[in-house]
Design a binder for this molecule. Sequence first.
Ligand code: FAD
Length: 334
Amino acid sequence: MITTDICIVGAGPVGLFAVFEAGLLKMRCHLVDALPQIGGQLSEIYPQKPIYDIPGYPTINAQELVDNLLKQIEPFNPGFTLGERVEKLERQEDKSFIVTTSENTQIRCKAVVIAGGLGCFEPRKPAVERLEEFEGKGVAYMVRNPELFRDKEIVLAGGGDSALDWTIFLSDVAKRVTLVHRGETFRGAPDSAEKVAHLAESGKINLILKSNITKINGNGHLNEVTIAGADNAEYNINADYLIPLFGLSPKLGPIADWSLNVEKSAIQVNTFDYSTNIEGIYAIGDINTYPGKLKLILCGFHEAALMCQSAFKYVFPDQRLSFKYTTVNGVNAF
Ligand SMILES: Cc1cc2nc3c(=O)[nH]c(=O)nc-3n(C[C@H](O)[C@H](O)[C@H](O)COP(=O)(O)OP(=O)(O)OC[C@H]3O[C@@H](n4cnc5c(N)ncnc54)[C@H](O)[C@@H]3O)c2cc1C
């Protein structure tokens, strides 16, 4: 079991900055995110988009902001559990919590901070019969561990950045990669689309355009995918894995079952300290709601700072909190 002072649900920008604010007050943090990478919406939805409203940065690319946040919290050495969804929150008799993830990782903590943004991103699934039967047995919606696909026959489907990026990456790992896309052109970065076209021309991958996956087949594990082209003629290809990458849509997920006061898919908080209706549980960033709420990164940062002042008293009830600026010796002053 992992033990920490604060378990942060969500490793988006607001969860990351909360580690910094908590670290200044000597509270240790462990972050859990359902996505395989750090950065929340910034890394998942718009990594290359410039952001213009971060104080002190006239412009900063979304992924660069995530990288900077990670650098800023490095001195506090937070723990990360990625690719696992927080499913359960249980309060213990001593008022601590045990947080349990979808993979049964358990984290014992004194306070819980929900920085879950828009909730869990659920994969958009293609309308193919028997899809659910093969989930975890050949059908995957994310590439968590590329080694799983080493020397296997892989079919990827989709036309965005994820489909292009993973096609390029897996072309060096898998035995054979086939990319199926219903369109003729890609939505992803032109540079990646060009690389995929080169890989297809050189015979390193199979690129099948203007086509859809219509059926899947197997015996206990996927072994065949049926593809239909524009003329609706169907044909089968061997496949150990099918990876549909049609994007992710956000859902509140298990957070809705934790007896928190929820209004329109957001957690109600007290703006004094961003506490929820359950003592020891806080909610910051896009996941919370209060009169005047703005879903902006800078608002989440402010919420993280105020939340930590209150969480300190909950985590260390016997200690006095003295407010300091970070200027004296940087973070080492704390
Ligand atoms: C296209 C676009 C452009 C934007 N541009 C700007 C901009 O220019 N400036 C600005 O300030 N804001 C912008 N925003 C808004 C900004 O992205 C959000 O305000 C910000 O991402 C909120 O950060 P967060 O950390 O609260 O949540 P998120 O970034 O959503 O991160 C939350 C994380 O929590 C995880 N999670 C949720 N539930 C669970 C669970 N049960 N278990 C484990 N993990 C969980 C999710 O997987 C996710 O990674 C933009 C948003 C979009 C979509």
